[in-house]
Ligand binder design. Structure first.
Ligand code: 2RA
Length: 296
């Protein structure tokens, strides 16, 4: 039995994290403790921070003395050297016994990297263009409240601004998509182009993706290669944001080769931003830590 501490239990992801830990295949091995922002930490084996980028950098260093591993769900540590940014199906091997802090990625990038990961073993991936169609719940309780207002900008509308605008004109959300994809895939030279748009759906982020490789794609073998990735569903059905709510996988549909360039493919990928994009992925990191480092 190990102790798992969830910090930030009152937020959307914190609540879902408690449920995910109950649903874990290792649930009987976890004693789960919930902590609010003001609670004093206690010794735990794994701490999961369901806190934002203002709270996590204060909490994580403090928890180094209280926890063997810290999993941070915020964006604060994701690009820091020496901090693995992990989707367990892709790169759990970047966690070593000396790792103490692990970051869980942005909910928008999850579907993109799950789709690209199996392809990189067969093709030289050169450029990927993605445009997101992101759910209101990705903006947390604050945006959910804003959405409830009758005159909210987000009602029956598309808002092409998520996060804050940086000096170079990109939004923080677009930059996360670019840099997190490169880091998770271990492809620093992949050119990633990202647009992010908030749409009036409650759950699940969708992405249109255009990918160019050095070689021509073989459309006969491509679906099986994509399906070989654990956590990817591609079964011929067209999946929408609403339909994948509550599901733990990334769903690919509308797969097609470019009309003029056989080195280019286009597809749609959609994933529940609160589950595989957040709480489920965090819990799967905890499950991996348990299996690798505690389960003697
Ligand atoms: C969003 N992906 O949807 C971001 C952060 N959760 O706003």
């Amino acid at each position: 039995m190990i102790t798992v501490g969830v910090f930030g239990v009152r937020g959307i992801v914190g609540q879902l994290m408690l449920k995910q830990l109950e649903a874990s295949p290792h649930a009987q091995d976890y004693k789960v403790l919930g902590f609010g922002r003001q609670d004093k930490p206690q010794k735990v084996d794994i701490a999961i921070l369901c806190t934002d980028e203002t709270v996590s950098p204060q909490l994580a260093p403090e928890l180094k003395n209280y926890a063997k591993f810290v999993i941070d769900m915020s964006s604060y540590y994701r690009q820091k050297d020496g901090v693995p940014l992990v989707i367990p199906e892709i790169n759990a091997n970047t966690i070593t016994k000396d790792t103490w802090l692990i970051a869980s990625p942005n909910c928008t990038v999850t579907g993109l990297v799950l789709a690209l990961n199996p392809l990189k073993k067969h093709y030289t991936l050169e450029e990927v263009f993605s445009s997101s169609y992101q759910a209101i719940s990705g903006g947390g309780k604050k945006l959910l409240e804003e959405f409830e207002k009758p005159n909210s900008l987000y009602r029956a509308n598309c808002v092409p601004l998520i996060g804050s605008i940086k000096d170079n004109g990109f939004t923080s959300e677009e930059l996360k998509g670019i840099y997190e994809a490169k880091k998770i895939l271990g492809l620093p030279d992949l050119r990633v182009f990202s647009h992010t748009v908030r749409v009036p759906v409650m759950v699940s982020h969708g992405l249109t993706i255009t990918l160019r490789a050095k070689e021509e794609f073989d459309m006969q073998t491509l679906p099986d290669i994509l399906r070989s990735q654990k956590g990817v569903i591609l079964d011929g059905k067209v999946y929408t944001n609403k339909e994948v709510e509550g599901r733990g996988e990334a769903f690919i549909s509308r797969l097609r080769q470019d009309i003029e360039d056989k080195r280019v493919i286009h597809f749609w990928c959609v994933c529940d931003n609160l589950l595989k994009g957040a709480a489920l992925n965090g819990r799967q990191i905890a499950d991996y830590l348990f299996e690798e480092f505690f389960n003697d």
